[in-house]
Design a protein around this ligand. Sequence first.
Ligand code: ATP
Ligand code: MG
Length: 432
Amino acid sequence: MNNHRTPVVIPNAEHPISRDQINASALKVLNGLKAAGYASFLVGGCVRDLMLGREPKDFDVVTDAHPEEVRELFRNSRLIGRRFQLVHVRFGREIIEVATFRAAPVEAGENSAQQLSDEGRILRDNVFGNQEEDALRRDFTVNALYFDATDFSIVDYVDGVEDLKQGVLRVIGDPEQRYREDPVRLLRAVRFAAKLGFRLSEDAERPIHDVASQLDEVPPARRFEELLKLFHGGSAVETFELLRHYRLFQYIFPLTEISLTREQDGFPLALIPRALANTDNRINNDKPVTPAFLLAVMLWYPMKQKAEQMIADGMSWHEASQFAGQWVIQQQSKATSVPRRFSTPMREIWNLQSRLERRAGKRAFRLLEHPRFRAAYDFLVLRADIGEVEQELADWWTEFQEVGESEQRSMVSKLSGGGKKKGRRRRRKADD
Ligand code: ATP
Ligand code: MG
């Protein structure tokens, strides 16, 4: 970055951010750095969100102090080194992340601190720089705004404030090159567009198709992290639509993409948006969500299709569903990691689906005690919504949870007495 830019500086009086909107712990860190004579800024998502009148998820601080210097300044801090060195300052349960200004990637030699792979991907990224360089290495203009703790102004090297006003997501620098350096930026583009209701600039859109396949080079663990941000950010419905629109969904859920494109009975495309709408609702009402449920939704049809194939090949239903469960996890793990703490409950949700149909005797009462009952019931309700199972079955379980014990007993006894048809009824047959 040879030619120096002068940033646009928006004084305190001319932007909407006031100090009382800033997290108290973040303010302590900012003031601590300032008192020690270092530059101290808020940066990234928190500045963007505050400018938009949204509540930031977290407050990131950036400074010209080196990590060891930051570490020495705050008793309650520690150095952490993932892709680059950062300092975490802890205040009770809260952690404020402090980064040092870093530079954008340059042509790197063998021994430099910055390394690029053959495809231009950044492998290591630990070069300190000045504020301008720090701004230019960020992904989108709206993510590169700084809030200055000394005079409470906004510092903007990339016309990010204008893009915020226009609702445009614009890549800093050459979009294709920036996507190739880190293909996860493709997913981030979709994530921010969906969450903020922004559109991608034409330049940001154009290279997506050509670079997309580079996502296969991103390690599954990092893709899983991004998956959670994509679908547990409160805008999962829009995110799903945009991921499919830009043909990026297949790099996170390859088997699901296949079941969507080969869709014969309409179920996958009905289930997923409904489930995601539920997830968004829960998140926006501060209710807990679990990746196990998301995975159960996304991988349900791939699992079922595999199981049906195994059954056609002569395997028993029970064996086939266990085999298919394992196979799906194994396949998915090539794209995103599937931690066991999520895959185990996911499979329980699946296994409980057929058990929810068998309610006679003590079975229904036992199921109610199952640790995964609630998630399995929620999943059943979704399947009933789209006509994959009888609505009566879902309604029965809804009622069963609401009534007292004696009524529960009578509900169960009515089941065995009546000529109620068991088994699943489908709106349309899968093989037609
Ligand atoms: P969120 O509200 O989802 O946390 P965010 O903008 O804070 O959004 P983070 O992933 O927390 O996103 O990253 C913080 C900042 O770091 C971003 O705003 C951006 O400036 C920079 N950044 C993060 N990831 C990348 C990346 N892959 N490439 C370039 N810059 C990045
Ligand atoms: Mg953030």
